[in-house]
Design a protein around this ligand. Structure first.
Ligand code: C5P
Length: 222
């Protein structure tokens, strides 16, 4: 039987990609499948947490015991997360949120012309940075970072800038890590400067490690 060590805690997880519409048939997105975030939500619920999963478009089933909120764009994810943030004990932001959206979404399908098409992009709000600004005492914030270069430097900078307690840094270059795989290898960075690199393991097992570390931080502060 799974220990109910997260009973009485509220955990919000984000997962999956966002889709940013150009017109009614086209969008900008990324390769995220949502597997890592769904694993965190599944394990949190099994360990007794009251778990909310704010999910971009994925092909995955809702994990047992999880309340799922479906969104499409980064702006929709922002509203869904920020409106639920205050009551959460832990927020795990595994979603691959699009940084930009088409500056305008055409009401009708864009027709092709003869020459080039230039697409103007507007910046999306940074959900995690906003959560970091609004973080209340005792609340724990965990971000994710995926990079193709200078991973740990960028991750450490994100941890600080977004006021996170922990950041999970994934390299797209490591075998067994990244989009669509069932395993992951990541370095966990903590606000106090500690770093930890668990061995290659399933996304479920890594989800448990992430939740273990957040719970330990919570207990250390209590
Ligand atoms: O800066 P970068 O996008 O690499 O940071 C990744 C982390 O920030 C992830 O946890 C992701 O969910 C979050 N993020 C966000 N809103 C954005 C962009 C990223 O919450 N607009």
């Amino acid at each position: 039987l799974t220990p109910q060590d997260l009973a009485g805690r509220r955990v919000l997880v984000t997962a999956g990609p966002t889709q940013e519409a150009m017109d009614p048939v086209r969008f900008l997105s990324n390769h995220s499948t949502g597997k890592m975030g769904y694993a965190v939500a599944a394990r949190a619920a099994l360990r007794g947490a009251e778990t909310t999963l704010v999910s971009g478009p994925t092909a995955l089933d809702t994990p047992a015991g999880v309340q799922r909120v479906d969104v499409v764009s980064a702006c929709e994810m922002y509203d869904a997360v920020v409106s639920r943030a205050a009551e959460q004990d832990m927020i795990v932001k595994a979603a691959a949120v699009g940084d930009y959206r088409p500056a305008e979404t055409a009401a009708e399908k864009l027709k092709k012309g003869e020459g080039e098409l230039t697409l103007a992009l507007a910046r999306n709000p940074d959900i995690l940075a906003e959560l970091g600004r609004k973080k209340r005492p005792g609340q724990l914030l965990c971000g994710f970072a995926m990079e193709t270069q200078s991973l740990l430097e960028n991750a450490a900078e994100k941890l600080r800038r977004k006021n996170c307690d922990m950041l999970v840094a994934n390299s797209l270059r490591d075998a067994g890590a990244g989009f669509g795989t069932d395993t992951n290898v990541a370095t966990l960075l903590f606000a106090d400067g500690r770093r930890e690199t668990p061995p290659l393991m399933s996304k479920e097992a890594l989800a448990d490690v992430i939740l273990d570390r957040l719970l330990a931080m919570r207990q250390a502060r209590a």
